[in-house]
Every structure is written in structure tokens, then in C-alpha cells.
Design a protein around this ligand. Sequence first.
Ligand SMILES: Nc1ncnc2c1ncn2[C@@H]1O[C@H](COP(=O)(O)OP(=O)(O)OP(=O)(O)O)[C@@H](O)[C@H]1O
Ligand SMILES: [Mg+2]
Length: 372
Amino acid sequence: MPHINALLLENFRSYDSLRLESLESGLVLLTGANGAGKTNILEALSLLAPGKGLRNTSHKEWQKQGTEKPWVISALVTDDDNPVQIGTTWVPEKAKRVFHLNGAPTRTQEDVLALLNFTWLTPKEDRLFVDAASDRRRFYDRLVFQYDAAHAGRVRRFENAMRERNKILKEQGITNTTKAWLDSLEQQMAETACAIGASRQEHLRHLQDTHEKQRDTLGFSPAPTQYALHGYIETLLIDNPALQAEEIYRKALEQNRKSDRDDEATALGPHRTDFTSMLLTKNQPAPLCSTGEQKALLFGLLLAQAEALNIYKGIKPILLLDDVAAHLDADFRGNILKSLLRFGTQTWVSATGLDVLEPLPESFKHITVGSH
Ligand SMILES: Nc1ncnc2c1ncn2[C@@H]1O[C@H](COP(=O)(O)OP(=O)(O)OP(=O)(O)O)[C@@H](O)[C@H]1O
Ligand SMILES: [Mg+2]
């Protein structure tokens, strides 16, 4: 399983330079006062894999303020005893972020993803169940993307085609000249929508199966949850074979041209889908659950995602848990930390102090942030 053994940061966020070594433990606990730089370390780790990291930000924010020297994140990663140096930095001359493996530029980002993946939980996700459906959908699509790399491209293609269709309807209307154009965009939307819906559904089945198995294997019970997708496309795909669903959606788009033009929006499609969770012990939808119960649901989801990636893709993600202890009762906290140690993947946990994480498991690596 991939494991971070050493981490080096330069000119990244609050750090001029930081070196963390001897990180052989399966559980690394980062503690320090507010503003000490804990989240910055977890963010740096998340940026060792391609993407915008756990704060979903861009390189301008990563660059340490007050210096021109580009930020560097570098780590020694071992997987089955093979050490690999993985690095990423900003190259100003190319205005581009690059990745290195053992000092040589990588050919594709997939080379890095084949070695290193991260799954995280941060205070931002605390609002997942009560936020807008669009935030939840984006969150869920990121879970699918970890599992099926083509998913993000399909979502982008669908959204581009939808935007273009909305623009034509608004600016040029439905005329003989725009008809062929609209036909072709709607065909594209129907094809990509069904592929998006199918990927989302497949991942949902895997998450649910994994979650149910984990209730027997983890050594403690994550909150029993029923996951569901609520959306036009996903429902169509349950009731119809893919090609037929595609044709039904395409026709619906054609029929809705006038109303979509009046509303300046596309009424039907995968861009309206919601992902929901239900706490089964109380038959309670997640938004009605208590703060701690929602946190427990999030943990269950994180563990199911990490294990599903392992079972179905052979990927063992490193888990990053930023400031997650708040709202958890001691029993649950103890169980979570113990089960993470058994989980077989390296986990990094941040908190303001070790006392916040008690009861502590027998073994872990403790790093006090702010004393470097
Ligand atoms: N680009 C940057 N350049 C310089 N400093 C930055 C940059 N981005 C963030 N910081 C600073 O880094 C410091 C540490 O932030 P970080 O979020 O890691 O703290 P933390 O230890 O997680 O604190 P908390 O317990 O409050 O979550 C903050 O004071 C922040 O202002
Ligand atoms: Mg923080």
C-alpha cells in the first residue's frame, strides 16, 4: 500500500521550507494551534496527486506570499517496499504545474495517479447534507471520478453542450438555421448524459455493497446508510436499456426547446441529480440527522469510498482527515482511529491537540505543527 515516508515543502502557503521524515506509521497525527499550518500540510499532500487539492484552490493561493520562488511539494512514497520520489512544482516560464517521478518529468498525470491517490474529509464536508444539491452532486462526481477517470471529461462535455444549446436558444431561437445545430448538441447531450448516469449508478452499487460488507469487517459499525441518486437520467436508466434511455432523453430535449428557452435553463438532465444518504437505524434522511450523526454518515461514506476503490480498482488511497474530531463522541472517535489503523492505508489526521482525539490507539506518529 502507498505510504508517505517523507515530505518536503518549499514556498508553499505558510511554509518557507518544511521537512517531515520518518513517517513510517499507518496513522500520522498532526497537532498544533489554530493557524499553525496543519491544513496546509494536508493540502500539500493532496496536491501530490493531480487536481486542485482538498481546498479546491489554484496555484496562486499555494504560492507563499512575499516570495517569487515557486512552490515545491515533494515526497518519498513507498509502495510494496519500492521507494519513489514524487514531486510537483510550478514552472513560471511555462506558467504550468509539472509532476516529477524520481526526478524525471512525468509523461502523463495518470503515471502519478497509478502510484498515489487521496481521499479526504474536511470541515467543508460538514455541510454536505444540508448544502445545495449542486454541491452534493459535485462531491459525488468527484467520488466517481476517482473510480472512473473518464467521468470528469464526460461531465465537462455534457455541460459545454448544454451551455451552447442554452445560448443558441436564447440568442438565435428555434429556426431552420439553428435546427441542425440543436439536433447535434442534443444528441451529444443524450449520449454523454447516459454515460454519466451509468457511471454514477455503478459507483453507487459499489459504495452500497462495500458499506454493507464493511459493517461486518471493520471491527465497528459505521452508521448503517442507504445511499441513493435522485435524477431524471438515473431513473430513465433504471427503467430502460441505455440506448432507449438516450433516445427518450434526446426527444425530451427536442420537445422542451421552447420551455427551456423561456426558462433560460435546461429542465431535464444529469446536471440536476442529487445524491442522498439515509440513516437506517432511525429511518432518518441525512439533513434531519444531528451534527454528530451527519459526521458519522460522512465517515461511513469515506470508508466505503476508500474500500470500494481498493476492491474494484486496486487503488488504496491515503486518507486525509482535517479537523474531524469535533462533534464526535469519545466512543466513536476511539473506534474510528482504531479502525483506520486496521484499514491498511496510511491516514493523516489533524487536530488542535492530542486530547481532542482521545482515546488514542496504541501506535501512531505524532507531529507537532508550528515547531519546525
Ligand atoms: N499563500 C500563503 N502565503 C502565506 N501564508 C499563507 C498562505 N495561505 C495561507 N497562509 C497562512 O497559513 C497559516 C496556517 O494555515 P492553516 O490553515 O494550515 O492552519 P491550521 O493549522 O489548519 O489552523 P486551524 O486549526 O485554524 O484550522 C494561516 O495563518 C494562513 O493565513
Ligand atoms: Mg486547519
